[in-house]
Structure formats: C-alpha cells, structure tokens
Design a protein around this ligand. Structure first.
Ligand SMILES: NC(=O)c1ccc[n+]([C@@H]2O[C@H](COP(=O)([O-])OP(=O)(O)OC[C@H]3O[C@@H](n4cnc5c(N)ncnc54)[C@H](O)[C@@H]3O)[C@@H](O)[C@H]2O)c1
Length: 343
C-alpha cells in the first residue's frame, strides 16, 4: 500500500497532545504520514493542505469553496463530530472530495445534557443551590415547581438526538411531540412521539427542546412567533446550534415572563460575547457548547476519523453512516478515480 499523507487541521481542545500522539502512532503504524497543523494560515499550512490525501478538520471551522480549493489532491475530508453546517458539502462534492462526519459519536451525551438543562430549569437546582449556599434554607422559594409526570415535551427535530431525548422523557412519564418535516414517520412511531406542526410544538409543550441542525431552512427559525405561543412559564432548551434561534426574540420571551427559564448550550456567536444579555439573565442557564463532550467522545473523535481514513486508503469507500455528501457525488469523486488508477 502506498504511503499517504494525512493532515489534521486543528483538534478538539482536550487532551490534545495525547490525541495527536495516538493518531500519529495509528497512521504511521499503518505506513502513512501525519502532519498536525496548529494554524490554517501561512506557507506551511498551504503546502501541507495541498499535499494532503486526507484531512481531519476541527468541528466548527469554516470550510467554504475557497478554503476547500486548497485541497488539491485530498479525497477524504473528515469532520470529527456531528454538525456539518460549517462545511460546503456541495463544493466538496464538486471538487471530488468525500466529506464524512460521525453522526452517532455523542448522541447520548447531548441527550443527557439536554436533560441536565431541563431538570436544572424544572427543579431549579442552580438557583436553590446558590440560595442555600448564601444561607437561606427555604424550599418554597422558587414556586411554582410543577411535576414533570404527565406534562408534554415538544421537540424541534426528531433525529438521533431528538429520539434519545424523547426516550428519556418517557422515563419521566412525559408525553412527547415533535416537529420534523423530514423524519421517517416509522422512526417517530418507534420513538412514541407524535409528529405535529412547529406551532403546536410551542403551543403544547410545557418544555420545548431544540435539537435541529443548522441549515438554510432552520437558520433563525425559532423567533417571536413560536415563543409567543408558549404557555406562560414554559421552559426552552437549545442544545443544537445557536443560529436556529433568533436571540433578540428569545431574550424578549425571557424578559417578558413568557418563558419561565431557558437552558442553552449554544449561542449564535461562539465563544460567547461577554456582553450577550442572555449570559446575564437570572432565569437563563448557559453552558459552553459542552453537550457533546465526554471522556469517551474525545477518544472516539480521533478513533473514528482514523478508521474512516484507513478504510479509504485501503481501497474502500467511506462507511455509509458517515459519508455526508454521498448523494451529491454519484461518481464517487477522487476516491473512485484513485481506485480506477490502482486497478
Ligand atoms: N451541542 C453540542 O455539543 C452538539 C453535539 C452534537 C450535535 N449537535 C447538533 O445537533 C444537531 C442534531 O443532531 P442529530 O444527531 O439529532 O442529527 P440527525 O441528522 O440524526 O437529525 C437531524 C434531524 O433534523 C431534522 N430536520 C432537518 N431539517 C429540519 C427542519 N427544517 N425542521 C425540523 N427538523 C429538521 C431531520 O429530519 C432529522 O430528523 C446536529 O446537526 C448538531 O448541529 C450539537
């Protein structure tokens, strides 16, 4: 097998040295070259990217048509993680580059984190804890505190994460409804979740959780129209992408009392602008895009990337579950061309 060149352009910011060393050992052990770039700018990056046979990106980094054009021979581009909103999948397909993500890598983590935010808001844990630490011992401080059982969770999108959130909701005795115009109704039925309109999700949900991908269609999709329909005191969480929510409208819902509380893992602009008013509202909890994190995920991001690369370097195509722009490149792009040349 010919030696190929893998360029990693950034890495998930946790145990980075250990992860780089592991990836280097795995790829060099298989006879390939590995270059880790700390910056995408400058002549060293230009040369490495131009010579890369495969690229491992860092999630969230923008790869538009201009940036992808730097990859003169790359045939596989791996985005370690789930969201693909920062990558121009069509432009990659047009050049002939297969783009892979890791759709299952953190489904449980994000569903758990969604529930951590829901439960924190419903059971008022951060506020009770802060008051108690301040010397006030009064369990009735934060009434009303309605029982979860029998209430309705509305989901915006019923993909992998949405279904995992719904599954957990049933353990709490809740009814689940969802707005998702594209999900297979059989999957919704299996998730014991009724598919309804977006308006009904907001009107009927005691809690509404956004777990929708950021696409041209969903950008800014949740605004005053939806928040204005919510039951007074309802709870809203967002653990997918900040851009799905119109933040000034969310702020209005928070300040007007329409929302009892909100739990956000994602914001329109990240890292957060310290002046973002959502960071400074007593009834809003914000976590730093941490929902997909766990010890296991940090390992899996690199392991799955290497597996995909070795599959393609070994003469195969990317796995069906991971190949995100497969439908946009029926001819198989540069991977098919390399296979034809080897034959
Ligand atoms: N906070 C984090 O750390 C974190 C981690 C992983 C994923 N995410 C985000 O969560 C999103 C969802 O992940 P997933 O694993 O469930 O993805 P998925 O691909 O399994 O499901 C996405 C669902 O969204 C639905 N959808 C598409 N357009 C829609 C629209 N206009 N309205 C409503 N639904 C629509 C699809 O039909 C699909 O069912 C990802 O795209 C990513 O942005 C966030």
């Amino acid at each position: 097998m010919a030696s190929e060149h893998v360029v990693q352009a950034g890495i998930y910011p946790h145990r980075t040295d250990q992860m780089i060393a592991w990836t280097r050992a795995a790829l060099e052990g298989a006879g390939h070259r590995y270059t880790f770039l700390r910056s995408l700018h400058g002549p060293e990056a230009d040369a490495a990217l131009a010579n890369a046979d495969a690229v491992i990106a860092v999630i969230g980094e923008k790869w538009d048509a201009g940036q992808l054009a730097r990859l003169e021979r790359c045939r596989l581009f791996v985005s370690p993680g789930v969201g693909l909103d920062a990558i121009d999948l069509q432009a990659a397909a047009d050049i002939g580059i297969a783009v892979c993500n890791q759709p299952d890598v953190c489904t449980d983590e994000v569903a758990d984190h969604t529930w951590a935010l829901i439960l924190a808001c419903v059971r008022k844990v951060p506020w009770l804890s802060a008051r108690t630490a301040g010397g006030t011992w009064d369990r009735t401080l934060f009434e009303p505190m309605p029982r979860l059982r029998g209430r309705t969770l509305g989901l915006v999108a019923l993909g992998r994460i949405g279904r995992a959130v719904a599954h957990r909701a049933h353990a709490f005795g809740m009814r689940t409804i969802a707005y998702d115009p594209y999900v297979d109704p059989a999957l919704a039925a299996r998730a014991e979740t009724e598919l309804v309109s977006l308006d009904r999700v907001f009107a009927e949900g005691d809690i509404v959780s956004c777990v929708a991908p950021l696409t041209p269609e969903t950008r800014g999709m949740l605004g005053e129209r939806q928040f204005g329909r919510m039951k007074p005191g309802a709870i809203f969480t967002n653990t997918s992408r900040g851009g799905v929510v119109d933040e000034p409208d969310l702020l209005w819902a928070v300040d007007s009392g329409r929302l009892g509380a909100a739990g956000l893992d994602v914001l329109a602009r990240e890292p957060a602008d310290p002046a973002n008013p959502l960071l400074h509202r007593a009834n809003v909890l914000v976590t730093p895009h941490a929902a997909g994190f766990s010890d296991q995920v940090v390992d899996d991001l690199q392991r799955l990337a290497v597996e995909e690369i070795l599959r393609v370097f070994g003469g195969g195509f990317p796995s069906e579950v991971a190949w995100a722009n497969r439908g946009l490149m029926p001819g198989g792009g540069r991977i098919a061309a390399a296979r034809a040349a080897d034959a």
